[in-house]
Design a protein around this ligand. Structure first.
Ligand SMILES: [Mg+2]
Length: 156
């Protein structure tokens, strides 16, 4: 099973917006990697991996895969695959004449995508891919995603 996560306002959040966050990396890494992870991200990733999930990042941003992978590695989180804006353009949009949705996890056989953007959720309903919509600060978010992931594993 394969799960993907959006970055901005999903895993990368701002303390100023009221989010609890993971501690910053040690100097000088904190200068290189200024994004702050939503509190509980390493725990969630560890639990998903233990449950057999492959972990992907799917972002419309153009951060490089090297940068993204390095940031998560410093938090002890291995990432299996990264789809950024450039890869999406190349592999999803380029194959279609019609405009495709901003994210199309079904192209990569992703079973569950986590995102804060309601339009991604609506595209999921329209194009037939599963999105867990994550919102503002929520102390239960790790449990909610684990529950959703476990539900996805049940046979239909
Ligand atoms: Mg987002």
């Amino acid at each position: 099973m394969r799960i993907s996560f959006d970055l901005d306002d999903t895993l990368f959040v701002a303390e100023e917006d009221g989010f609890a966050v993971e501690p910053p990396l040690r100097f000088p890494l904190n200068r290189l990697f200024q994004e702050r992870l939503r509190k509980g991200t390493p725990e969630l990733m560890r639990r998903l991996r233990e449950a057999g999930w492959e972990i992907w990042i799917y972002t419309t941003s153009f951060r490089s895969p090297f940068y993204i992978r390095s940031l998560f590695r410093h938090y002890g989180i291995p990432i299996d695959e990264i789809v950024n804006g450039a890869r999406h353009e190349r592999e999803v949009q380029a194959e279609h004449n019609d405009p495709m949705p901003s994210k199309y996890p079904a192209h990569y056989r992703i079973d569950l995508h986590v995102d804060d953007d309601r339009s991604v959720y609506q595209n999921g309903a329209y194009y037939g891919f599963r999105v867990f919509l994550i919102g503002p600060p929520d102390d239960e978010w790790v449990e909610k995603i684990m529950q959703e992931a476990m539900r996805r594993r049940l046979p239909k």
